[in-house]
Each structure stands twice: as structure tokens, then as C-alpha cells.
Design a protein around this ligand. Structure first.
Ligand code: S3P
Length: 437
């Protein structure tokens, strides 16, 4: 049953909060812990549906995942030590979990079926299956979408692969497969994507080399026949979840909000950088390093925004934040042009089309031109629309956040999918002053 929810214009969004753990890092912590020998302790793991699907998959493959107080502990089986699961691995809504898992499975001589929900079963998998096939993974049937059955090999081959699309999921999948290979596996990325896999592989003891090529591309190499050792991981707050709180504080006059312990890895901070260019008052306090990742506190005050040009090369560093940025662009004065967004078409929904349609329903002038999204802001947004979320958590959260600043209430058709990445979104926002109900 769909669960609609309405957002109403709110007074200030103020206080001091923490957002839940980073989703990308949480998936990777569970996977690498399962491939490590010994015990890994994960603090701050995001306990949302997407990540729990990865935890169940690792358990089905033989890792032990248990709770110890506030932490999650994983007893790994070592690279090469996983076993045949009882049934299909179900990744629910999670593109990251499923695509990374193909890379894990490539090095195992066993048949495994993978599946997911209706949204995930529409998303392209050939982007990971193609390079993994070069390494030795076999896929049964012809399909490009889940459900799929694959069979890995004990004789996996190292490759050098240049990413045709800027995707951290594809890069990570190949690097995970490369752990089993005899020799070095290299992924070349013309545009840098989030680098949590390389950072965490090093943290667990793998040999990883990162070089800049003559043309400016990044080459990431992992040494095969790797051994990983259990570690202590502290997962920082998710900047993609913090994005909604930051946006709410910016558009609700008089807001003064501190979000503690947010991941500030430069491959993830494009949204904050863009907002500052738009005139946002966002200050970073107490920057520090935790378990190989930069973190800090964000101090945000409500601000008058103006339109900007967001260049295509910035897209990977804020790829999940475009629905929220586009909504904020409606509150900015002038045109915001966001370029190079083809990857948005293959996310949990076609986010380019769904975002533009949602904005139009709220009276914001927005148009798609090829892979670009152009929003003409007037400084105020009418609202009043019924937003179709298309099983997409970030669309639901972006438009609920937008509704906190609009003249008329904004209703989203279903908030059920928010649990995939940010189960506490509604109570946390409400606790800061958001009118959601
Ligand atoms: C993710 C990478 C991004 C992002 C997704 C999480 C990851 O996808 O959209 O939410 O954890 O590697 P792509 O790498 O396919 O762009």
C-alpha cells in the first residue's frame, strides 16, 4: 500500500544533529569484512534496507554478521573463503549491493542467482557484466537486467579497463574481482568517481596503487592474490542524507543547523561546493580524518540563493544530489544549468525526467535538454503538486524537503522507499521543525 505524505511550509530548521552512516561506505564495510580473515567491528553502519540486503547476502555466502552493542561485527571467511548460498541473493532496491556483488562472485567457481525489486530489475547490469566477463565471469542467458544467474571461476584474469561511464559501482566491482586474480587489475577513470573502495581496500591491507595518467585520467590498480585482515571501521554520516537537511535549513528563514560528523571526501562534496557558489552560508567545522576518510561538521544558515552553472565533470561528486539541487534551484533567483546528467536516467528512477515533472507540478519552470537540466528560479516556489516518486527514495525526500519552503503544501505519493537509505528521515526532520504529516 502506498503511503503518501505532505510537507508544509515550516518555520526554522534548527538544532544540532547527526545523520545516519554513509550508504556507500556501509556496503563496502560489510563486503570487505566478509572477505577478510578475522573479526571486523563496524560502528555507525547505516541500518537501512539497501545495506541490510548486502548484510544478508554476505551471511548467505558464509560470513557471520552479528550485533554487539551499538556496533555490527562481521566474522569474515578470507578472500576465496565464501560458499554457495542456499537460494537467490535478493538485493531489494540496491544497485550498489548487487553490482558490487557481481565483482565478489567473479572469483568463485559457483553458480549464484541474484535478484531485486521491480525498480532494480529494470536497471542495466551490462556495465559490470561486460568487464567481469573479460575476467572470466559467465552469465546464464542473454539478459542485461536482474534476475540473473552467474558463475565465477577459480582462474580469474587480471584486466586493464577504462570506464566508459563514470561509475564507482563499476570500478568497485572490477577491483573486488581483481582481489582473486594472479597479477594486477587496473581501472582507468577519465572522470574521478567516489573512491571509498580503494580507500577501504587499503585500510583492510590490500595493495592499491593510484596514479594520474598523462591525459589526467586516474588509474587505480589492485594487486591480486590479496589478503585482507579484519579491521575497526567507523562509518561517517552520509553527505547524501545530510543534503536534505542542509537544503531545508537554506530555504526556511531564520534556520541555524549543525550536522555533526559528515563524510567530506572530495569525491562526494560537489553539492556543498555548488551551494556555496549559489550563495549558501555553509561552514565546515572541525575537519578531521576517521578510518581513512575526511569528516567534519556542517554549520548551515538560511540563505538567499542565485542560479549557477554546474559543469558536467562535477556530476559524479554529487550524482545522488541532483533532485535536491534542482528543487533548491527553484528557490534561487535566475537560471541554474546542470550539465552532463545522462547517468541520472538509470538510477532508481529516470531522475532527470521525474525531477523535471515534479518541479513542473510545483510551478517551477524546469526543462530537460539532452542530458542537461535547466531550472529557472524566481526566489519562491508555489508548490501544491502531487509528486510521483516512481519507487525512488531520493525523489521522495527531495520533494518533501522542497515542500518545507513552498507557498502551498507538497504531497508525495509514497514514502515507503525512504527506508532504503534514510529510515529516520521523517522523525529526524520533524524533530528539527519540519512540518511533515
Ligand atoms: C554508489 C555510486 C553511485 C551512486 C550510488 C552509490 C556507490 O552510482 O549513485 O547511489 O556506492 O558506489 P554509480 O557509481 O553507478 O554512478
Amino acid at each position: 500500500m502506498p503511503q503518501p505524505l505532505t510537507a508544509r511550509r515550516s518555520a526554522t530548521i534548527s538544532g544540532r544533529v547527526k545523520v545516519p552512516g554513509d550508504k556507500s561506505i556501509s556496503h563496502r564495510a560489510l563486503i570487505l569484512a566478509g572477505l577478510a580473515t578475522g573479526r571486523t567491528r563496524i560502528e555507525g553502519l547505516l541500518e537501512a534496507d539497501d545495506v541490510m540486503a548486502t548484510a544478508r547476502a554476505m551471511q548467505a555466502l558464509g560470513a557471520t554478521v552479528s550485533r554487539n552493542g551499538d556496533a555490527i561485527e562481521v566474522l569474515g571467511q578470507g578472500v576465496g573463503g565464501l560458499g554457495v548460498p542456499d537460494g537467490a541473493l535478493d538485493f531489494g532496491n540496491s544497485g550498489t549491493g548487487s553490482r558490487l556483488m557481481f565483482g565478489v562472485l567473479a572469483g568463485y567457481n559457483m553458480r549464484v542467482a541474484l535478484t531485486g525489486d521491480a525498480s532494480l530489475c529494470r536497471r542495466p547490469m551490462s556495465r559490470v557484466l561486460k568487464p567481469l566477463a573479460q575476467m572470466g565471469l559467465r552469465v546464464e542467458g542473454e539478459g542485461d537486467t536482474l534476475p540473473l544467474t552467474v558463475e565465477g571461476t577459480d582462474d580469474i584474469l587480471p584486466i586493464v579497463y577504462e570506464l566508459p561511464v563514470p561509475s564507482a559501482q563499476v570500478k568497485s566491482s572490477i577491483l573486488l574481482a581483481g582481489l582473486h586474480a594472479p597479477g594486477r587489475t587496473t581501472v582507468i577513470e577519465p572522470v574521478p568517481t567516489r573512491d571509498h573502495t580503494e580507500r577501504m581496500l587499503r585500510f583492510f591491507g590490500a595493495e592499491v596503487k593510484i596514479e594520474t595518467c598523462e591525459d589526467g585520467s586516474r588509474a587505480v590498480t589492485v594487486a591480486g592474490d590479496a589478503e585482507l585482515t579484519g579491521a575497526h571501521v567507523a562509518v561517517p554520516g552520509d553527505p547524501s542524507s545530510a543534503a536534505f537537511l542542509v537544503a531545508a535549513a537554506l530555504i526556511c528563514p531564520g534556520s541555524d543547523l549543525v550536522i555533526e560528523n559528515v563524510l567530506l571526501n572530495p569525491t562526494r562534496t560537489g553539492f556543498f561546493e555548488t551551494l556555496r557558489e549559489m550563495g549558501a552560508d555553509i561552514e565546515i567545522v572541525g575537519e578531521r580524518d576517521e578510518a581513512g576518510e575526511p569528516v567534519g561538521d556542517l554549520h548551515v544558515k538560511s540563505s538567499d540563493l542565485h542560479g549557477v552553472h554546474v559543469p558536467p565533470e562535477r556530476a559524479p561528486s554529487m550524482i545522488d544530489e541532483y533532485p535536491m539541487l534542482a528543487a533548491l534551484a527553484g528557490f534561487a533567483v535566475g537560471e541554474t544549468r546542470m550539465e552532463g546528467l545522462s547517468e541520472l536516467k538509470v538510477k532508481e528512477s529516470d531522475r532527470l525526467a521525474v525531477t523535471a515533472a515534479g518541479l513542473a507540478a510545483c510551478g517551477v519552470e524546469a526543462r530537460v535538454e539532452g542530458d542537461d537540466l535547466i531550472v529557472s528560479g524566481t526566489g519562491a516556489v508555489r508548490g501544491g503538486g502531487l509528486i510521483e516518486t516512481h519507487m525512488d527514495h531520493r525523489i521522495a525526500m527531495a520533494f518533501l524537503t522542497l515542500g518545507l519552503g513552498t507557498e502551498e503544501p507538497v504531497t508525495v505519493d509514497d514514502v515507503g522507499m525512504i527506508a532504503t537509505s534514510f529510515p529516520a528521515f521523517v522523525p529526524l526532520m520533524s524533530g528539527l521543525g519540519a512540518q511533515l504529516g
